[in-house]
Design a protein around this ligand. Structure first.
Ligand SMILES: [Fe+2]
Length: 401
């Protein structure tokens, strides 16, 4: 499978229900290395050219009593053994990450089941008044009040940004809620708890979970005391709608994608992420090969250039075409004609000999039958050609050689 297929697969998983996927273990490298490399590539592919991401952030998530003693960090909970209610990551930020990846390096034998809640399912359990209130930018998550539910301007879909612990932290710091807000939150929390039972599973060693952090809340059950659980976590801001647009844009994708892949690989390399860089480079080489063959000039372009007497362009297009494998009558024939025009007769003869390997009947010979065949072919070329006089004149010169 190439990078385009891999990218589309990941994009499909992130943009269609249930908006998350569990990837199986891989053999040569960790599944999260491949997933994070592809996700970083998606981030680069969907970015504006003046806003390309510079690095891929990664965190080793382990139970860490030292980190958990930092009282002002909401994320400290992920370093403890307590259960984490379903939430979205970076909910306190104005622009939360769109992709979160968890690679399970070492699971907890006794606990730590993953729980997922999808916003679409959540919406179907909430009443319209609650939804309307959750859409208002009044919720104390981070520095500025913001909505919990909002419409994604690119996809038109409802997205969510919510972490109860984050909100409680804001309340500790002085924010307040109205009675109506408290009631709406209570309805939201109950719905989340009820739905979390439905999508609960164990992430096995070597597996990777990829999540659309705008559409899915993730949580986990409590861990065992002294848990040695180890996960790799990556968070990325990919514009998924822009990625879809580039991947579906046909010819544009053959120019943008290889360029962005090489950029992503070089950034990963610069960060010391050699495996991820290598994964993208090997994919990028395959895409480059495809792009080259897809963007090769056509004979129609050559004939256009000849028709407008743009001979340098015709020459350059023909040279490009000549790089393709296998003998090609038209390419050699026209290159020969151009050589004749420049009075490079020896070169023209050699090129005509090349053409002859593709169409043997055009070979120089004094055999009358072959000569007749050559003439017939020559006539046919003239009759079929729009730039008839051009080819006739050149053809005659070439044929005389
Ligand atoms: Fe989280």
């Amino acid at each position: 499978m190439d990078i385009l297929a891999k990218s589309r697969e990941m994009l499909d998983a992130l943009t269609t229900f249930p908006y998350y996927a569990v990837l199986p273990p891989t053999r040569d490298y960790a599944s999260w290395q491949e997933a994070s490399a592809i996700a970083f590539a998606l981030t680069c592919i969907g970015a504006r050219s003046d806003d390309l991401p510079s690095r891929l952030g990664a965190t080793r998530v382990t139970v860490n009593p030292k980190a958990s003693s930092v009282q002002d960090a909401v994320t400290r909970y992920s370093r403890t053994t307590v259960a984490l209610e379903p939430h979205t990551d970076s909910s306190q930020q104005e622009n939360p990450h769109s992709i979160v990846i968890f690679g399970m390096a070492r699971p907890d034998d006794l606990g730590g089941e993953t729980q997922m809640v999808i916003v679409d399912e959540l919406l179907s359990t909430l009443n319209t008044d609650t939804i309307a209130l959750l859409r208002r930018p009044i919720w104390p998550l981070g520095h500025q009040p913001k909505p919990i539910l909002e419409t994604d301007p690119s996809s038109g879909e409802t997205r969510i940004s919510y972490y109860r612990k984050q909100l409680e932290r804001s309340l500790e710091l002085g924010a307040s809620l109205s009675e109506q807000q408290i009631k709406a939150l209570s309805a939201l929390d109950s719905a989340i708890i009820n739905l979390s039972e439905m999508r609960s599973f164990r992430l096995e060693q070597g597996e990777t979970l990829i999540i659309n952090n705008h559409k899915v809340l993730h949580g986990r059950t409590a861990l065992a005391d002294g848990s040695q659980r180890l996960m790799m976590r990556y968070r990325l801001r990919a514009n998924l709608a822009a990625c879809t647009s580039v991947l579906e844009s046909g010819k544009r994708s053959t120019t943008v994608i290889p360029e962005r892949l090489m950029y992503a690989a070089s950034r990963l390399e610069g960060q010391g992420r050699a495996t991820q860089a290598q994964i993208l480079k090997s994919y990028a080489r395959r895409v480059n090969a495809t792009a080259t063959s897809e963007s090769a000039p056509s004979m129609a372009e050559v004939e256009n250039a000849l028709g407008t007497r743009d001979f340098p362009r015709a020459q350059s297009l023909l040279e490009e075409l000549a790089k393709e494998a296998g003998p090609n009558f038209d390419v050699s024939y026209f290159l020969s004609a151009l050589a004749t025009q420049r009075n490079e007769h020896a070169k023209a003869a050699a090129l005509l000999a090349n053409a002859a390997t593709a169409r043997p009947f055009i070979a120089l010979s004094k055999d009358p039958k072959l000569l007749a065949c050559r003439k017939s072919r020559y006539q046919q070329l003239i009759l079929n050609d729009d730039s008839r006089s051009l080819r006739r004149n050149w053809g005659r010169q070439v044929m005389r050689e």
